[in-house]
Design a protein around this ligand. Sequence first.
Ligand code: ARG
Length: 591
Amino acid sequence: MNDHEVLPLLDQIGHVVSEAITRARPELAGSDPVVRRSDRADFQSNAALALARRLRVQPADLAADLVADLAPALDPARGPVAAVERSGPGFLNITLAEHAVWAQVAARLASPRLGVGTPERGRRTVIDYSAPNIAKEMHVGHLRTTVIGDSLARVLDLLGAEVVRQNHLGDWGTQFGMLIQYLDEHPEISWRQADLAGDVSAVSALDQLYRSARAAFDADPAFADRSRARVVALQSGEPATLARWAEIVAESEKAFRAVYDRLGVLLTPEDSVGESSYNPVLAATASELVDAGIAVDSAGALVIFSEEVTGPEGAPVPLMLRKRDGGYGYDTTDLATIRHRLRDLKAHRLLYVTDARQALHFRLVFEAARRAGWLTDDAEATHVAYGTVLDRDGRPFRTRAGGAVRLTDLLDAAVARARAVVADRDHGLSPAELDQIAERAGIGAVKYADLSTSRVRDYVFDLDRMVSFTGNTGVYLQYAHTRIRSILRRAGDSHPEVDPELPMEREERALALALDGFGATLIEVSRTLEPHRLCGYLYDLARAFTAFYEVCPVLGSAEPVRGNRLALCQLTARTLSRGLGLLGIAAPERM
Ligand code: ARG
């Protein structure tokens, strides 16, 4: 346990029930107490049902014994359990002692990390995310990897993991030969950020130029030949070509950085470890796989045939290690990458946040890494796959011309929509305040809409729904937070004292128990790699707060009731703001 960790009531009750199990039936010591939240009481334990079969006794009889053996725990003065009763075929309904619930609120409030533990401590976790391609604009397809990866990085970091972020930029490949050759033959065209007017970014200029280069390549065989020679020059490290390439990478990264800043993602230049950085080790990686007998020759190419996956006609599916022309590609780079992450970075956990369509690729890479002995039982590799962003007609989101939607255009549209919605509600904001709030609400709305859908599902990009003040949206949660902050400001932002001896209203209790579940939710996110669970939690928390606030006056109550209620307000505000922060979403004071 870390110094600021607060054991959730659920776990405390689990221990109490475990002890009762051991007292009642020593042979069952160590069994799962199967404690859950319950609609009938605060918690229920289904242990008797689960264990009776092992002992060949009636669940109801075992439950009765457990009730008897829980009696010593019912110390109304200090223990967390106030009452236990047997119900149904063998459930135990457990009611918490009110002082224990209040004490929990006080303890979490006193903790800078809201009592969240560090179960991931000592685990080095590499998260591969975002990874846009150099000289191409970031488009809607990069939204999901960027926001999901970033949220996972934040959650795992809070849980104590040693997170290594890796931006596997697409910065290498034959397409650069074409582009560099074209730039060289057209020195009159400006593309560097410093030479561009207005809000055109270097990467958007390069994206255009790449299209022109492609057209020239297809139309003019002589240009195609010169481009191929450029690829050779690049690969052999010819200084002028390499310098031009480096410049293209740097200018593109500047443009990505602007998008990252706007999105508020954690990725820094140090996290950029693009495909090109594995270049020097591709040959060694390939020969290691040949020596191990895993990579074999197939019609002049070097491939790894899967032992697990077969294609349509039953033939094993290959990974392409070296093409017939001697070139290395995406597969080779990913093999060198996984080798590096496991052998050099000594990671325990590898996460690859990419489109679900890359599932086969990663399955093959993981299989090869296992066969090569790089990926052992001490580590795990997971493809954190996600679904597609769709338009309102349920088709993959595209521009009218059929191209990919630029990420910046999408963010601009969301901010404009958020601005209109916020302006509609609050007329007292100055234009500068409005701009700032609209930016946070609009960006938050896009991120939240993405994160709140179950990761593997496709989802419809619907701006109107995203910026709505009602329903499970980022704007709703940001607004819920501002409302609580306003209550706290009116109370003078004091440090409320919690009196654990006060009685508890039903809604206070429901809110307190919801607050107590924050850490468990984060552990769920870390286990399933599904940030939507945190979104669902925060939404439920905001609703529990609304229910509480409807029946429990805060500022209108006298001390000591007021203090306890302010403590609930403060813990809710901090949990919402921390939770939104873990999604990479701002929690403004006002909106
Ligand atoms: N650059 C690739 C793309 O845009 C994604 C790279 C993902 N990471 C990896 N290690 N393959 O599709």
